[in-house]
Design a binder for this molecule. Structure first.
Ligand SMILES: [Cu+2]
Length: 147
């Protein structure tokens, strides 16, 4: 009887070890990315992300007017074919965008109104026939509607 009991205990410990191995190698690696994905998804789902591409000193006509509601969280992702200094009026945000390096302007649209996003300086890009230029050019408008 004593021998049987000891044998049963060994089997139990072996089963517990198997469960531990299965949890560690299969269940946790599968569930952890899903858990973190869930946490990351909650705040980013509330952010309005808008891609904006500057080509030959212009924004695509369909994207020249951004309309949002006051209080909305925005991510304006700029791409460009030459180095350009941008300025969002009203919110007074100035930033530089370089080719091959998307620049993200994060913004909480708390001020209602119509605001120009201007290019203050283009650095030029000889490979596509662009000379440096320092005029202020309005590329697009951001319209923030009151709640
Ligand atoms: Cu400006």
């Amino acid at each position: 009887m004593k021998y049987r009991k000891r044998n049963f205990g060994y089997k139990q410990r072996f089963l517990a070890f198997l469960v531990w191995v299965v949890l560690g190698t299969v269940v946790m690696p599968i569930s952890l990315p899903w858990m973190s994905f869930g946490f990351a998804q909650t705040p980013s789902a509330l952010v309005k992300r808008i891609a904006l591409r500057i080509v030959q000193r212009k924004i695509d006509p369909a994207s020249r007017l951004i309309r949002v509601k006051q209080g909305e969280a925005l991510e304006l992702v700029f791409q460009t074919d030459e180095v350009v200094d941008l300025h969002l009026h009203g919110y007074n945000r100035a930033f530089r965008v370089k080719p091959g390096e998307p620049a993200v302007l994060t913004l909480s649209a708390h001020i209602a109104g119509r605001f120009a996003i201007e290019a203050h300086r283009f650095a030029g890009n000889p490979s596509i026939g662009l000379k440096p230029k320092s005029n202020e050019i309005t590329l697009l408008y951001l319209e923030v509607y009151p709640r």
